[in-house]
Design a protein around this ligand. Structure first.
Ligand SMILES: *Cc1c(COP(=O)(O)O)cnc(C)c1O
Length: 365
């Protein structure tokens, strides 16, 4: 870990906003940079704590210190969200069963389906309206995958109840916290064993890097998982570039400001879109900055809206400062339970009146 402020308050006593700004800095000594170093070395002088950069890098450590503290655990940065997904799934023994929400991130379900095809895992799908029967799904399973809110349907699960049901049965829980961010929910405190982030999204926040992370609990079992995941990263080479990690740490400094503004914008837009003559339905879980709107007229009408916006960017991904719109069913990987006319809106930090005018004119065609 990077040295913490030697005489300052312990990180646990600081609010999230302060941790975001203060952690992952260099030791305070005269002449030291205020930012973590961007260390571009593949190898180090012998006999130090790390000898080769596939095993460690000071920029990783700085980012991991900040993210770990926010989630209440110990973080590992990976080369992408999917590299982190693959590492987490790698905890499942050969042929083990994974219970996964039907509307989890489509890369996650695609990977699980591929592994199921070769017999490496067995997949059981959890539907949001069948969550009462999750005990049966968990019996004999090795891993429960939790995503809340789900992508792109924005279903909200009771994460604590799901983790408790899994724990009772000795099932490991991984929670993809990409949509919620640690400012809204900290899954380790709700009983999850591993927290996953596509850092690409809100944490980095500027649509300029692809990066992932896993966080484990500061307990004996959590440390054992951390050691396995760290070894996975080393041996599968699922490592993050120092430059991407440095940019993500820079982005992280303003996470609270971005999430606050984007959430306020999303709330306002959700209220104004409710009952809009061009929409069948508005999905907004009441927190966060992602909305799902179902355009009347299905796929064609929704595509027309997405390409008729001037300010909203018609692009995939989410969590950047700029507002984005995309029809999810244009991707073959989305299940047919996702409506054809569903547009996912990732609300950014622009002025809400400008966002509203642009979206409203696009919807009215
Ligand atoms: C984007 C995303 C991922 C995958 O992350 P990458 O950084 O694109 O590899 C995983 N989970 C969720 C919820 C995502 O939105």
């Amino acid at each position: 870990m990077t040295a913490n402020h030697s005489s300052g308050p312990a990180a646990e006593q600081l609010a999230a906003a302060t941790r975001l700004v203060a952690l992952g800095r260099q030791e305070r000594r005269p002449g030291a940079g205020v930012n973590a170093p961007l260390e571009l070395s593949s190898t180090y002088i012998a006999d130090g704590p790390v000898n080769y950069a596939r095993g460690g890098n000071p920029t990783w450590s700085a980012f991991e210190e900040a993210l770990g503290s926010l989630e209440g655990g110990e973080a590992l940065v990976f080369g992408s969200g999917m590299a982190a997904v693959a590492a987490a799934v790698g905890l499942v023994p050969h042929g083990g069963t994974v219970v996964v929400p039907a509307h989890a991130y489509n890369g996650t379900t695609a990977l699980l389906d591929e592994l199921a095809g070769s017999g490496a895992v067995v997949v059981r799908r959890l539907y949001a309206d069948e969550v009462g029967a999750v005990g049966e799904l968990l019996d004999g399973a090795a891993m429960l995958w939790v995503e809340s809110p789900t992508n792109p349907m924005l279903e909200v699960f009771d994460v604590e109840a799901l983790c408790a049901a899994a724990r009772e049965r000795g099932v490991l829980t991984v929670c993809d916290n990409t949509f919620a961010t640690p400012l809204v929910q900290q899954p380790l405190s709700l009983g999850a064993d591993v927290v996953l982030h596509s850092v690409t999204k809100y944490l980095a926040g500027h649509s300029d890097v692809i990066l992932g992370a896993l966080v484990t609990a500061p307990t004996e079992s959590g440390r054992a998982l951390h050691a396995r995941l760290s070894r996975y990263r080393l041996l599968h080479g699922a490592i993050a570039g120092p430059m991407e990690t440095w940019l993500a740490l820079r982005g992280l400094r303003t996470l609270h400001l971005r999430v606050e503004r984007a959430t306020a914008n999303a709330r306002e837009l959700a209220a104004r879109l409710d009952g809009h003559p061009s929409l069948d339905r508005v999905r907004y879980p009441g927190f966060g900055a992602i909305l799902g709107i179902e355009v009347s007229g299905g796929a064609e009408a929704a595509e027309r809206v997405a390409s008729a916006t001037a300010l909203w960017t018609h692009s995939t991904s989410l969590g950047g400062v700029e507002s984005q719109v995309e029809r999810r069913r244009r991707h073959a990987g989305e299940p047919d339970t996702v409506p054809e006319g569903l547009l996912r809106l990732s609300v950014g930090v622009e002025d809400v009146e400008d966002l509203w005018r642009d979206l409203d004119q696009a919807l009215r065609g």
